[in-house]
Design a protein around this ligand. Structure first.
Ligand code: SF4
Length: 288
């Protein structure tokens, strides 16, 4: 017979996950390791942003696989990423193929980012052209995405499908996980993981990088009632997390992400695992 769980303090539980599983220890299994390397080497912010965008947009599917592909790129260009994408060699560079995108399509993406940098001076400038209108994150991301699409179209028109997959439209209402992950890296203050390069975006404006795992965990924790994994759901979860940390709600991405990516959450299928989970007292899927 099940008994009623007592009212758990979800904030305290999420904080405990952050303490027990420090995010900084997880960077080696995360695509942020690539921009972090450039950051720690004191490379220009223009290059760090470019590496971050390339790494974020390839970060779907199996982490082991996309990390291998990004590493392959960094090795092939001898870690001179900015010079590679902004120079003539970008056209003949050995870009990797990855899942839904051919090497040719990934090459167009990287070259288009290089052309945005050549035209706007940096990715950040292209973002700020939209963001500064209303201090709105979606406007900024849309401005950046459109600037890259425009440059990609100058290389090849119509755009191939595998390229569009790399650059989802932030205004289309989807969860835009990879864009929000990129923004987290740029806007959260330097903490050994994120890099705080874009202080004009307040951490309180960020949205959670949402995927299927995170949304299921969030539903089980009562952070959202929405059934779809879209922009509005990311907003609803982020608003809830703001109640726990008004200035920096997305720090809790690490608490939820740890359970999702690490494959430790089976969403209630393995109750033995649930009983060992720090979020168990607050989780509907963890039965008492
Ligand atoms: S209690 Fe179980 S279902 Fe809930 S978050 Fe933890 S592992 Fe996942």
């Amino acid at each position: 017979m099940s008994r009623q769980k007592s009212q758990p303090d979800l904030k305290a539980l999420l904080d405990k996950v952050l303490i027990d599983f420090p995010p900084v220890k997880r960077t080696k299994a995360d695509p942020v390791q690539f921009p972090r390397w450039f950051f720690e080497q004191g490379r220009s912010s223009v290059e760090i942003e470019a590496v971050a965008l390339y790494s974020a947009m390839l970060a779907y599917g199996s982490a082991a696989q996309f990390i291998k592909k990004i590493e392959q790129t960094m090795q092939a260009c001898n870690r001179n990423f900015l010079a590679t994408i902004t120079g003539d060699q970008a056209e003949t560079f050995a870009w990797p193929a990855y899942r839904l995108s051919t090497a040719h399509e990934i090459g167009i993406f990287a070259r288009a980012v290089g052309r945005v940098i050549n035209r706007h001076k940096s990715i950040r400038h292209a973002f700020n052209e939209g963001f500064n209108l209303r201090q709105n994150l979606q406007d900024g991301l849309t401005s950046l995405q459109r600037a890259i699409i425009e440059e990609a179209e100058a290389i090849e028109n119509p755009l191939p499908r595998g390229l569009r997959h790399l650059l989802p439209d932030p205004a289309a209402g989807g969860c835009a996980k990879r864009w929000h992950m990129f923004m987290r890296w740029m806007a959260r203050p330097e903490d050994g993981v994120d890099m705080g390069l874009w202080p004009e975006v307040k951490p309180s404006q960020l949205l959670i990088p949402l995927d299927r795992h995170i949304s299921r965990i969030a539903r089980n924790l009562g952070l959202t009632t929405r059934a779809s994994d879209d922009w509005k759901t990311a907003e609803e979860i982020s608003a809830k997390l703001k109640e726990f940390s008004p200035e920096d709600p997305i720090k809790y991405d690490f608490s939820l992400c740890h359970l999702g990516i690490a494959g430790e959450c089976t969403h209630g299928k393995d109750q033995n695992l649930c009983r060992r989970c720090l979020l168990y007292p607050a989780c509907r899927a963890g039965k008492v």
